[in-house]
Design a protein around this ligand. Structure first.
Ligand SMILES: O=C(O)c1ccc(O)c(O)c1
Ligand SMILES: [Mg+2]
Length: 614
């Protein structure tokens, strides 16, 4: 379907916005009045620029507070409209969005609203312009689309129809299926936005927290199905008011927007099945969901300190890359690569790549490509096994692997066996439980949509965790069977720009006996991140565990949580550069990540002399 975006969704000058919309592949735009009024180029120049970029200007908006006014105010509204029609003719745009009045001057009289909108439509017709009437969720008298439709039907003018906006409909929980009772040709325009569920007034919610479809909690795809079943065949247009997108780079936001629309069309297509209404919807190749972690790679200028830490946790060095400065460390199915050949990171060690076990690496890359994600070169070195990889939004390389499978070259083949000390006393770590990646603050929504749409992971609830210097926002994404879990974090309020905590990443390792792993670390002379005694006093109040259990947790510096499914134990290592390790043990079917303990960990990392050492 034709894809459009409102200029209000992107940052920068009007020219920047048009360039970004074009670069991301949009074929149309809605011009937000403020973007034109505040910019220097004449409407004719904007029209020419759009046309040079192959962008159709589909809608001019918004025209406010027009309808259902006392007769003496009508003339002023019509005068204002004539000016806008003139600007629209210069812009070459044939549709004006009129949103339902919020003016205290408006009266609650549908017949009057219909009569005045009919007059407006008649005047618009003289300029070849159509009026699309939109019910704002906070309109004074008209706040739902069915009410707007009653007025449009009463006005009965060919140049008057509806603009449907998914936010206004879904935010007010007005049932969208009645859209199917509206003739498709009376739906003049369709605006799409999603939003996270937030308990706040709808105006504030709309103006600051809209996001692209798939990034929030609204069923935008279901609504699009209703609109297509009604017979609508116009463009899908994104109209997103969002404080963060207003500040982020327009090119990147536009691409995120396009990814969202492609994924949305795919979902709509799946829901419409072989109905004729599904014609023209994007059909990208299906997601190839990863099944586990193959490895985590740490770029580290000096592998020594991390090697010591890995040893202390029970890892054994098992391989050396045949021609790169990379060593392989293994314990159970947990594999860590230490790469000291990559350019030195200014912050010391950093998590640079993640290997994901994939049923089909080639198909995983095709999916990523169809969803506009940067695919990395397949052959890095002619001597190595080819690797299919994409760059995640935060720059981490994601490699799609088939470790030790006969049907595919294995990355492990690039390593010579180099078992240094036979594991006399094998460690307790079994696999990588999850990795936590810190996202740039303006790419959080982009990241969750990336993992959801490109990799088919499910986003979980978004949490806000107190940190001594701000709030950390955290959202996990995982596969249904939890074989792959990734925690996406962003420090987004008040954190010092220079503080490394804004960029902390960690690898969580699952232990089958965390008590033994904690003792092993101590025996090697390394202490875990210290936990304050106050935490254990509080834990005793919250959880009625046997006293000896409480004593053990306190003695070993373990953090504790439980949910309906089971128990969770965790501890942290010191931080090296940007990276630290978390050791976890899930007892029973505990599903979380110990979020209640994250503030304890963050405070300890800020105050502990260890947190930037080694
Ligand atoms: O927030 C507003 O005023 C506003 C204006 C125009 C729209 O199309 C809309 O959905 C909201
Ligand atoms: Mg709207």
């Amino acid at each position: 379907m034709r894809k459009s975006i409102a200029t209000v969704s992107l940052s920068g000058s009007l020219a920047d916005k048009l360039t970004a919309a074009h670069a991301a592949g949009f074929s149309g735009v809605e011009i937000f009045e403020n973007d034109l009024v505040s910019s220097a180029p004449a409407p004719e120049d904007v029209r020419r620029r759009a046309s040079d970029l192959g962008l159709e200007v589909l809608l001019y908006q918004p025209f406010r507070d027009f309808e259902a006014v006392p007769p003496d105010r009508l003339a002023a509204g019509l005068r204002r409209a004539e000016h806008k029609f003139a600007v629209m003719e210069r812009l070459g745009v044939e549709q004006l969005l009129v949103c339902s009045s919020v003016s205290p001057a408006a009266v609650d009289d549908d017949a009057l609203a219909a009569q005045q909108l009919r007059i407006l439509a008649e005047r618009a017709a003289e300029h070849g312009i159509r009026i699309a009437y939109e019910a704002l969720a906070w309109g004074r008298h008209v706040s739902d689309y069915l009410h707007a439709w009653r007025i449009v039907r009463m006005a009965d003018h060919p140049n008057l129809g509806l603009c449907l906006d998914s936010f206004h409909i879904l935010a007010r929980e007005v049932a969208p299926y009645a859209i199917e009772t509206i003739p498709g040709d009376k739906i003049f325009f369709l605006q799409l936005a999603d939003a996270p569920t937030l308990p706040m007034d709808v105006l504030h919610w709309s103006r600051h927290y809209r996001c692209f479809p798939g990034q929030g909690d609204l069923d935008v795809a279901g609504l699009v199905c209703n609109v297509l079943r009604a017979g609508y065949d116009g463009p899908l247009s994104l109209e997103v008011f969002n404080d963060i997108f207003r500040q982020a780079a327009a090119m990147r936001t536009a691409q995120d927007a396009m990814r969202s629309l492609i994924a949305l069309e795919e979902q709509v297509g799946a829901r419409l099945g072989d109905s004729p209404h599904a014609a023209g919807l994007a059909l990208p190749p299906p997601p190839v969901v990863p099944t586990g972690f193959a490895f985590a790679e740490l770029a580290t200028p000096d592998p020594g300190s991390l090697a010591g830490l890995l040893n202390a946790l029970g890892f054994v060095r098992t391989g050396t890359h045949r021609h790169k400065s990379v060593s392989l460390w293994e314990q159970g199915d947990a594999r860590i690569l230490l790469n000291h050949g990559s350019p030195e990171s200014p912050d010391g060690p950093a998590l640079s790549a993640i290997g994901l076990e994939s049923p089909s690496p080639a198909a995983a890359v095709k999916r990523a490509e169809a969803l506009l994600s940067p695919v990395l070169p397949r052959v890095w070195d002619p001597h190595d096994a080819p690797l299919d990889a994409v760059a995640a939004p935060d720059g981490t390389d994601l490699f799609f692997c088939r470790t030790g499978r006969p049907d595919h070259p294995s990355w492990t083949g690039d390593f010579s066996e180099d078992r240094q000390d036979a594991p006399g006393d094998p460690g307790e770590i079994t696999h990588i439980d999850h990795v936590a990646l810190t996202q740039p603050w303006h790419q959080f929504d982009e990241a969750s949509l990336f993992y959801k749409s490109v990799l088919g992971l499910r986003p979980h609830e978004s949490l806000e965790l107190p940190d001594p210097y701000g709030l950390l926002r955290s959202r996990a994404v995982s596969t249904e069977d939890s074989g792959v879990r990734i925690a996406l974090n962003v420090a987004y309020i008040g954190t010092h720009e220079t503080d490394l905590s804004v960029a902390w990443q960690h690898i969580a390792l699952a232990s089958r006996d965390i008590i033994a792993t904690a003792r092993r670390l101590r025996a090697a002379g390394l202490a875990p991140l210290p936990v304050p005694a106050n935490y254990y006093d509080d834990l005793e109040a919250r959880h009625d565990l046997p006293p000896e259990r409480h004593r053990l947790l306190r003695e070993l510096g373990l953090l504790y949580d439980r949910d309906d499914h089971g128990e969770f134990l965790q501890f942290y290592t010191v931080t090296a550069g940007r990276v630290f390790f978390e050791i976890v043990q899930r007892i029973g079917g505990y599903v979380g990540y110990g979020a209640v303990n994250a503030p304890i960990r963050l405070a300890a990392q800020h105050t502990s002399p260890h947190h930037r050492s080694s």
